[in-house]
Ligand binder design. Sequence first.
Ligand code: PEP
Length: 245
Amino acid sequence: MRKIAAGNWKMHGSRLQLDHIKALAERHKEAACDIIICPPAAFVSLARDYAGPLEIGAQDCHSEEKGAYTGDISAQMLAELGATHVIVGHSERRAGHGESNATVCAKARAAQKAGLIPIICIGETLEERKAGAAQHVIKEQLDDSLPEASDSTPFVVAYEPVWAIGTGMVPRLEEIDEIHQLCRSELRRSHPMLADETPLLYGGSVKGSNAAEIFSVADVDGALVGGASLKAEDFSPIIEALEQS
Ligand code: PEP
């Protein structure tokens, strides 16, 4: 399986910022991993023009193909703009927009139908971890957010502990290992045809300085990176650490 370095720009960026995509495309022409940049939807098309061998993703899509959904964007529209991937179920959408596992699952299916690969985010809150419920929450999110096993269309899973996103706090390597092993074994049970080919990304305060140790964990197949993906000089060392892992 090709490993993945994915960058989630969230609601950051501007036309000028797209120069960072150009710089990454030049620096990582023949990367040994897939590099996916997910800018705001408004910039997907322009970003595609700059991205060369990199792939462009989006950060969310609607679960319906079309309709009276003011302000929303469909997976098919993103595909037409040149996106190949779309993040669904990011904790900022689950918490800030009330997205349930069922909504995330419907979005993942819509993405697949449009020919996009969904990057499906899961992760426990700090309260859930402190209560010893992390494994239970992850199992439930996997059970209810992933598309049906009967569909052999690929997807990516990103484990992002909510308390590690944008905080500088990172779980211990044993904690990452435990959840990634759990994800792999759950996938083998629920999606036997895809389980070993499904990339499991870790996300939450990944930086150049901690990337190599995170990538040394057995079932970590890459990273979903927020803050450190905004500038080419910050994202490049993460990509290099992944290539060397
Ligand atoms: C994210 O937004 O998915 C993320 C992991 O953010 P950060 O890397 O900034 O913690």
